[in-house]
Design a protein around this ligand. Structure first.
Ligand code: AG3
Length: 292
């Protein structure tokens, strides 16, 4: 008689081993594609729970199931903070989920700079539900290049700059550092603002702290907010707005609601109430975030 339980990890599993000593995974239904570019390893898989997923250098970037939670929070919070966002720059975001949400704001003219064309190609081929046609929208301009180089010596042209990067390891490291934020500030208009993914507040506290001190060296207003992204380590993710004039925490519910209503878009995570609530941090996160 065997008392051995069935191995819960039998079959094909995607396991993400985090640098901070944690593993998470999903059962794989099908491995769709794998490519090594000069920038990174790209993998696309289909999973039972989360549908199709994009993985870069072993770190899960987005899934069909919860991409809206991340992309709506990265895009709508800053775009509704700015009173009249037109010229938008997206750095990274090769899966197209950010571009798609920017295009949902009718007056925007987005420019996206992605370093690795293979990410866009593979995502358009295997996981088109994420960009949902955004890359063929005539309003969208896509540039293949290094965001860090692109932003250097740009005239002040952008109302909002969105950084949709990987974790601060490998090619994305400069996007978390002060020289880049100085260039971003210069490329923003007088009342422009930046929003960036700012890592796990649970497992990547030191990276979040370092990023915030780099942002505070450049911008007068720096505000961190949180959202749920179940497929990222820890399930809670942080985002940060760094701004010259507009404070995302100072908008009344009435003003926010009026802006959201006039944009006329459909959301599954973002609401004016969520916008306000996302800046209310549990004390252990508030403590590591600190204040301006
Ligand atoms: N960029 C942030 C993903 C961070 C996930 N980190 C991890 N799994 N260790 C997402 C890009 C989506 N457009």
């Amino acid at each position: 008689m065997s008392t051995e339980a069935a191995n819960p990890l039998s079959g094909d599993w995607y396991l993400e081993q985090e640098t901070f000593g944690y593993v998470q995974g999903a059962h794989v239904r099908q491995r769709l594609a794998r490519a090594q570019t000069s920038f990174q390893a790209i993998e696309l898989i289909d999973t039972d729970l989360f549908g199709r997923c994009l993985i870069l250098d072993g770190a899960l970037q987005t899934t069909e199931w919860d991409e809206f939670m991340y992309h709506e929070m990265l895009v709508h919070v800053p775009l509704f903070t700015h009173p009249n966002p037109r010229n938008i720059l997206i750095i990274g975001g090769g899966d197209g989920g950010t571009l798609r949400r920017v295009l949902e704001h009718p007056a925007t003219q987005p420019v996206q700079v992605e370093i690795d064309p293979a990410v866009i190609d593979q995502c358009r081929k295997y996981i088109p539900a994420i960009s949902n046609g955004a890359f063929s929208d005539p309003r969208a301009k896509v540039v293949i290049g290094d965001g860090f180089e692109f932003i250097r010596n740009r005239p002040a042209a952008f109302d909002v700059i969105l950084v949709d990067s990987t974790d601060p390891v490998g090619p994305a490291v400069p996007l978390f550092e002060e020289p880049f934020y100085r260039d971003v500030s210069q490329a923003l208009t007088d009342d422009g603002l930046l929003a960036a993914q700012s890592n796990s507040p649970i497992y990547m506290a030191s990276q979040l702290k370092a990023q915030l001190s780099n942002l505070r060296a450049v911008f007068p207003i720096v505000r961190t907010y949180i959202g749920l992204v179940p497929t990222y380590p820890g399930g809670v993710w942080s985002f940060t707005i760094a701004s010259k004039r507009h404070d995302p925490t100072r908008l009344s519910l009435d003003d926010l609601s009026a802006r959201v209503a006039s944009a006329g878009l459909t959301t599954r995570y973002y609401t004016p109430q969520i916008h306000q609530a996302a800046f209310v941090l549990p004390p252990f996160i508030a403590e590591l975030v600190g204040s301006d």
